[in-house]
Design a protein around this ligand. Sequence first.
Ligand SMILES: O=C(CO)[C@H](O)[C@H](O)COP(=O)(O)O
Ligand SMILES: [Fe+2]
Length: 217
Amino acid sequence: MQIAPSILSADFARLGAEVDAVLDAGADIVHFDVMDNHYVPNLTFGPMICSALRDYGVQADIDVHLMVEPVDAMIEAFAKAGASMISFHPDATPHMHRSISLVKDLGCKVGIALNPGTPLHELEEVIQYLDYVLLMTVNPGFGGQQFIPQSTDKIKRLKQMIETRKLSTLIEVDGGINAETIKQTYDAGADIFVAGSAIFNAKDYKHSIDSLRQAVK
Ligand SMILES: O=C(CO)[C@H](O)[C@H](O)COP(=O)(O)O
Ligand SMILES: [Fe+2]
């Protein structure tokens, strides 16, 4: 299992130190939520902040979750800024296949992000090209929301879809993941666990990350 703290809940005034702290505490991946006040009703950070983290010395994978519309210009900007993984929402681009190819051509891992209300059949024609599928387990736009319980069944159905096609696509879950909700998503087949508030709102990051790992046992 890979734990990906969402820096949406970090102290932005001390971002470099916050990222160092969660990586020192055992996190695997840095989850970077890009919101444009258009695709979602919130505004966060852009590629300059991603390259600033690289310049600061962050070497871990940076997982860019694009909640922007359109996506292609931001894919190019984030690949240049040091992103390792880039996901976007299918309803934010007119040409999903072209946007997937763009991420891969730029040397990043590619994921499609699905909102709670978006059906899995959106993946039908493209799943074989994906490194991961990001299943939103809350509606996108804000940290600190409650996990939507129906998501567990969707994870199981996605896992089945992947296994039926003999693919090695990873499943990333994002939203409301904490020590209470993580086990059901792990048991359902998730591989990468994004957690923002559950990690950054805790005093001791190592304790909160250890508790997430412990909770699936
Ligand atoms: O994509 C997101 C919101 O759109 C965030 O990654 C997600 O909400 C993480 O925050 P939390 O763990 O607090 O729910
Ligand atoms: Fe996210």
